[in-house]
Design a protein around this ligand. Structure first.
Ligand code: NDP
Length: 322
């Protein structure tokens, strides 16, 4: 006997601040949302220690606790949170059409609206010493963790806009910032390059890469290598920031949704509407610029409101037609 296909009003894919905020709003609007958490329930914040910049927590809160509390808040209004990975999607092109989503390669769900909040993952260098010291001084988010290195010497890897922006941010807090750029020039915009060049406590090392991060439990230093001469040099630092780009988690949506050339989902104007009616995107999966928990939460709220309005419009058209 074939299993009956479950039909939902709102399916939320991904469980970071965007997904949970969408869930809180959707549940309160009686959209009876079901959320699939993905492989990393709670998203990127579960890999952070202290979150000090989310309004409403004067003493700060640790990332995993915050995500548990967001889940509890979403569940309080009736969101059903399920552990599972969406492995395939087939989005309808028609307004009011039904979207088919496959979970864990087996269970098929039909949904009137889908909110995508699958986030993005920071890229790392993948050196063993870097991986070992993640959370012990190696970070991929200067805005999240820079404050812990106040008055200290740190280094940052990357030559794009993110690296330049984060280097300037760190320069305001830290004593010295060494910036490692692997080419003989930066990819960052001229304006951002000008900014880093104008800050006296940023030292830019071109043609330079990380050879090894030094330290047992915490970062104590960095061995750099000049990729032209092979010359190695050690510096003392307490924090290493990796800013070599993010990868949006959009592989399963390829061919289904419009994306930019780096794989971020394109949303329309100020809304969370994607190229498919009834499919909305919130959080880092559609934002390469701000990438903060609070901005992700804001767009999660927008996605739920967009979904609610879309369903109301579809219902009113069906009522007129019948
Ligand atoms: P980018 O892909 O633009 O830059 C990544 C940087 O990291 C490049 O300098 C790249 O070097 C370097 N890099 C990549 N891999 C390695 C590695 N293994 N070792 C050493 N260095 C490496 O990523 P960003 O996150 O900087 O920016 C992403 C997008 O977001 C861009 O379009 C950017 O313009 C935009 N953005 C805009 C902002 C703004 O307008 N305020 C702020 C932040 C981002 P190489 O050049 O040699 O490839």
């Amino acid at each position: 006997m074939s299993e009956q296909i479950e039909r939902l009003k709102t399916l939320i894919i991904g469980s970071g601040p965007a997904g949970y905020t969408a869930a809180i709003y959707a549940a309160r609007a009686d959209l009876k949302p079901v959320m699939y958490t993905g492989m990393e329930p709670g998203g990127q914040l579960t890999t952070t220690t202290e979150v000090d910049n989310f309004p409403g927590y004067p003493e700060g809160i640790d990332g995993p606790t915050m995500m548990v509390q967001l889940q509890q808040q979403a569940e309080r209004f009736g969101t059903e949170v399920r552990i599972g990975m969406v492995t395939e999607v087939d989005f309808s092109d028609e307004p009011g059409g039904i979207h088919r989503v496959t979970v864990d390669n087996s269970k098929v769900i039909e949904a009137e609206t889908v909110i995508i909040s699958t986030g993005a993952s920071a890229k790392y260098l993948n050196l063993p010493s870097e991986q070992r010291l993640r959370g012990g001084g190696v970070s991929a988010c200067a805005v999240c963790d820079g404050f812990f290195y106040k008055g200290q010497e740190v280094a940052i890897v990357g030559g794009g806009d993110t690296a330049a922006e984060e280097a300037s941010y760190l320069a305001n807090i830290c004593k010295k910032v060494t910036m490692l750029v692997r080419k003989d020039h930066m990819r960052a915009s001229k304006a951002m390059q000008h900014r880093v060049n104008s800050l006296e406590n940023i030292e830019i090392r071109y043609n330079t890469e990380v050879d090894e991060v030094i330290g047992d439990q915490v970062v104590e230093g960095l061995r750099m290598v000049n990729n032209q001469t092979g010359e190695k040099e050690e510096i003392s630092i307490t924090g290493l920031f990796i800013a070599i780009g993010h990868k949006p988690n959009t592989d399963i949506f390829k061919g289904q949704l419009e994306m930019d050339d780096t794989g971020y989902v394109i949303t329309q104007g100020k809304s969370t509407k994607t190229s498919k009616p009834g499919v909305f995107a919130s959080g880092d999966v559609q934002d390469k610029e701000y990438r903060q928990a609070i901005t992700a939460a804001g767009t999660g709220c927008m996605a739920a409101l967009d979904a609610e309005r879309y369903l109301a419009l579809v219902d009113s058209k069906e009522a007129v037609a019948s």
